[in-house]
Design a protein around this ligand. Structure first.
Ligand SMILES: [Zn+2]
Length: 187
């Protein structure tokens, strides 16, 4: 589409057109098999990465600012019902990403067994990553402060050594034995 044609449209028409395009895209995506979808996403990601890698840093920053400004503008103009739907979708997507990251991290540090290394507990909801050397606790806590960023940090840093999988019980017991602050008085 030409920019001139696009600019000649009213904001409502633009919104309608975008909605149509989005629907068409969603339809295309939903007709893909899981494999096709993964391939499609990989290609898309690679394309953007290649594009970004070839840009001069200054140009990249400019482009980033334009994209963000456009996104903000677009967001501000969205009808409330689409906004709330979009926010709900975003939440679901975010949760899925974190779950995937957690599974990846727990799998790595349990050598694929997905269980607590002390007692064998296997419900992933109560499994956590523990800094084997209590001394690094502050570091771990620092990263963990930002919540799920910890998993991403481990993945990005190529799964550094010194961590293990503990369930919440074993984690608590370890802290009590090491006389670390558990937030409770241990009798
Ligand atoms: Zn345990």
């Amino acid at each position: 589409m030409s920019k001139k044609w696009w600019d000649s449209l009213s904001p409502e028409q633009q919104a309608e057109y975008n909605l149509l395009r989005r629907e068409r895209y969603q339809k295309r995506i939903s007709s893909m098999s899981a494999q096709e979808l993964a391939e499609h996403k990989r290609k898309q990601r690679e394309g953007w990465q290649k594009f970004g890698a070839n840009l001069a840093p200054k140009k990249k920053e400019q482009l980033h600012n334009i994209i963000m400004a456009n996104a903000r503008k677009k967001w501000a103009n969205l009808p409330p019902e689409i906004k709330s739907k979009e926010m709900a979708d975003m939440k679901v997507r975010g949760k899925k990403v974190v779950e995937k990251q957690k599974r990846l991290v727990i799998s790595h540090y349990s050598n694929g067994s997905m269980v607590c290394c002390k007692c064998g507990f296997s419900d992933i909801r109560a499994l956590s990553i523990d800094h084997i050397n209590g001394g690094g606790r502050r570091h771990t806590e620092e990263i963990r402060k930002a919540g799920t960023i910890f998993y991403r940090w481990l993945i990005k840093n190529n799964f550094p050594n010194g961590f293990q999988v503990l369930c919440m019980n074993c984690n608590y017991i370890k802290k009590a034995e090491n006389k670390e602050d558990t937030g409770h008085t241990v009798k």
